[in-house]
Design a protein around this ligand. Sequence first.
Ligand SMILES: NC(=O)c1ccc[n+]([C@@H]2O[C@H](COP(=O)([O-])OP(=O)(O)OC[C@H]3O[C@@H](n4cnc5c(N)ncnc54)[C@H](O)[C@@H]3O)[C@@H](O)[C@H]2O)c1
Length: 331
Amino acid sequence: MIGIAVLGAGRIGKIHAVNAATNPDARLIAVADPFAEACGPLAAQHGAEAMTDPMAAIARDDVDAVVIGTPTDTHIGLLTRAVELGKAVLCEKPIDLDIGKSAEAAAKVEALKGRVMLAFNRRFDPTFAEVRRAIDAGKIGAVRQVVISSRDPGMPPEGYVKSSGGLFRDMTIHDLDMARWLLGEEPVSVTAMASRVVDPALVERYDDYDTAMVILQTASGKQAHINNCREAVYGYDQRIEVLGETGMLSHDNLRPTTMRLTTAYMTDAQQPLLNFFLERYTAAYRAEMDAFVAALAGGTPLPTTAADGVQALRLAEAALESVRSGKTVSV
Ligand SMILES: NC(=O)c1ccc[n+]([C@@H]2O[C@H](COP(=O)([O-])OP(=O)(O)OC[C@H]3O[C@@H](n4cnc5c(N)ncnc54)[C@H](O)[C@@H]3O)[C@@H](O)[C@H]2O)c1
């Protein structure tokens, strides 16, 4: 049994806690959050111990692995301590908003031979994972282009925009990781455009954007095109399309059911899309935790690494640089 402590009892911590507690090869030992009112109920719900000192939770002898679901600016301190104590880590994205600090932390993990998995949950989504398996099975031949549409249902609140690190480091980072993963090759150039059309006053206040397109190209000429917008009135839009030499892979957005309504006035109307990431990616978060625990229990490599976190952030930085300079940026 892998003993797990979940650090942070907020939105994502709650998801990780239930998935750790229900994994047959893991035991949720503790939920740590400086706010007792946050960790208390969550720990009680899963029969774990509530702790207000996350460092003490990491140091427990019965904790083999920690899940970091705390605010981004606390990740490196917790991650480093866990690795120093020989604990495995599942760390939420991004490692940090600063690329230098993130690279330094990843180098330290490497030097200490730490076991760190970056929580790029979309790789574990059953549909996206099936797309990747189909690519690996040669169903579309060599990949040529990846198109990712990733749109939020609505603008986040001002407090979130203020501390998010901006559209590219916060939102696009998931899609940049997906693009790397589906292309199977590292992008070497990044061209991006970004604008303020959803809530111009709000995003301008934080020198941010709400709408962006990013184009990536690898050394062999494979391309990826990412579409992001902070608002899509029809809901959380998550689609990918992969063009290969002998075919294409694509899929539909997910809905609660596959029911279609056809009347005299409308045909094939469907229910709204699963709205927002906690609903759309429920299965992905579960599979992500299962993959983490399985790798630890089986002594196999973790499916993602701290280096993946650094590389996605490097591409996000390049996209921002491209927007500001109006030029293609080499990475
Ligand atoms: N992979 C994803 O899909 C996804 C989705 C949402 C958030 N995230 C990431 O997860 C992280 C947390 O986001 P959230 O939306 O859950 O935030 P949140 O504000 O809902 O929760 C964070 C919790 O951490 C607690 N906390 C603060 N400092 C702490 C510390 N030092 N030790 C332990 N707990 C501490 C806070 O009290 C709070 O309860 C962020 O890095 C975010 O980018 C990832």
